[in-house]
Design a binder for this molecule. Structure first.
Ligand code: IFM
Length: 465
């Protein structure tokens, strides 16, 4: 069965030299440079499925999504995009997309079912095969160790609320770095620790579903500590690939010039961005994040957390709009909202990057996630997701402006390669460049996939003007 339908049927791209990348302005094309990395991203729980196969242990997301009322339609990750079985075809599809890099995550419970103790050879072999196949196809593999699927076995011992989990994570990181590090283009410790801490432990929207802000603050510290311990373990054993972390970040705009709105914007930026950036790049927590209680920090923790990184991954979707008024003044949303209800605000990405560059001494940056959910529909075998093209183009232009202003951004990973399991939103929200029909597992290139392929292929073959 043909699983990929390139329905917009654009002619194969000419590998001729071009002076700029079609689809982007000439200045953006130049600013992004010929070595800029073009990629697409996924995460294990959102695509793999095969939840009960080949010795995989349960994760907190299996438990959470099987708990009635936690996800839209009760959707779970049991099958997802069935990538565990379709991985080879999916790698061919990535190749067809024309990107030079693929970001994926390793499911900890697939390789170590309980999160401690025995390792699962079948799970380890799966990632070996995936990485080897990507390399055979000329696609750089970029892996993330933790994208939210904590082994349930560790949750049963206290999860991220327990300091011991940080030590288990460091051991897992070291095993994976020894196993795959010689072939990976990069290895990130965590994806978006804010989501694990706040959505998972302060408001209960994500697994494990705790609603305890004090616990969430301690969890954030244990996540950062686990990052630092993992870096130290991987460096000690001679990690062979660049090591970093992926943080979700936003610029923050006060709704007005009032002192209240400005103070709120500062607090929001401190709790969302600086709470993770300051410990990693300055070795301390910000004092102005509006927290009444600080986490318990042991002597030496901040030195461990602030060890140097080889790269920083930034995930950006929208800005934070800070209005202290009651009721709040809504954001202007002049470019509209995505299907998640998130304001489309590309200039916030430029603002964020330029601000980070001024506030910290940074390693090279990769935009490890950016993308939009759109209410895509297949009509006559085609998916016209023009709003997604507009979204990506505008964000690439914003990145290019940040580069021109001196920010060292080396690459861009669209989120997501294909439609997948969007956590508590289940299969209701579609972020993919490639459409997935969950009933048949048919993959179909959307218009945006054709456009992105054109940009990515032209970018790597262009000559500087
Ligand atoms: O799908 C998620 C991803 O797992 C983490 N970053 C945000 C995406 C969209 O919500």
């Amino acid at each position: 069965m043909k699983t990929i339908s390139q329905s917009f049927g654009e002619p194969a791209l000419q590998h001729a030299a071009r002076t700029h990348v079609p689809g982007l302005s000439a200045s953006a094309s130049l600013a992004l440079g010929k070595d800029f990395l073009w990629g697409a991203a996924t995460a294990a729980f959102q695509i793999e499925g095969a939840a009960n196969e080949d010795g995989r242990g349960p994760s907190i997301w299996d438990t959470f999504s099987h708990t009635p009322g936690k996800t839209v339609n009760g959707d779970n990750g049991d099958v997802a995009c069935d990538h565990y079985h379709r991985w080879a075809g999916d790698v061919d599809m990535i190749k067809d997309l024309g990107v030079g890099a693929y970001r994926f995550s390793i499911a900890w419970p697939r390789v170590q079912p309980l999160g401690y103790g025995a390792w699962n050879d079948k799970g380890l072999d799966f990632y070996d095969r995936l990485v080897d196949r990507l390399l055979e196809k000329g696609i750089q593999p970029h892996a993330t160790l933790y994208h939210w699927d904590l082994p349930q076995g560790l949750q049963d011992l206290g999860g991220w609320g327990s300091r011991t989990t940080a030590h288990h994570f460091a051991h897992y990181a070291d095993v994976m770095s020894r196993r795959l590090g010689d072939r990976l283009a990069s290895l990130a410790t965590h994806n978006e620790p804010w989501c694990t801490a706040v959505l998972g432990h302060a408001i209960g929207k994500f697994a494990p579903g705790a609603a305890d802000p004090v616990l969430a603050t301690q969890v954030s510290h244990h996540l950062l500590l686990s990052h630092g311990l993992a870096l130290s373990a991987m460096r000690a054993s001679g990690a062979k690939c660049p090591l970093g972390i992926v943080l979700n970040q936003s610029s923050t705009t006060p709704a007005s010039g009032s002192a209240e709105d400005i103070a709120l914007a500062r607090r929001e930026y401190a709790s969302f961005v600086r709470w993770y950036m300051d410990p990693i790049f300055k070795g301390s927590y910000p004092q102005d994040a509006g927290l009444e209680l600080f986490p318990e920090v042991q002597t030496g923790d901040m030195d461990i957390i602030s060890a140097p990184l080889d790269f920083l991954g930034v995930n950006y979707y929208t800005r934070i709009w800070a209005s202290a008024a009651q009721p709040a003044v809504p954001a202007p949303c002049s470019l509209g909202k995505s299907d998640m209800g998130w304001e489309i605000h590309p200039d916030g990405l430029r603002e964020l990057l330029v601000g980070l560059n001024a506030q910290y001494t940074l390693p090279p940056i990769y935009i490890t996630e950016n993308g939009m959910a759109n209410a895509d529909r297949i009509e006559h075998g085609e998916i016209d997701d023009t709003p997604r093209i507009d979204y990506v183009r505008a964000h690439l232009e914003a990145i290019a402006q940040a580069c021109s202003a001196g920010v060292d951004v080396r690459g861009y990973f669209y989120w997501s390669l294909m439609d997948n399991y969007e956590w508590d939103s289940g299969y209701d929200k579609r972020f993919g460049l490639i459409h997935v029909d969950y009933a048949t597992q048919q993959r179909t290139f959307k218009r945006s996939a054709h456009w992105y392929r054109d940009v990515a292929l032209a970018a790597v073959t262009k000559t500087e003007a």
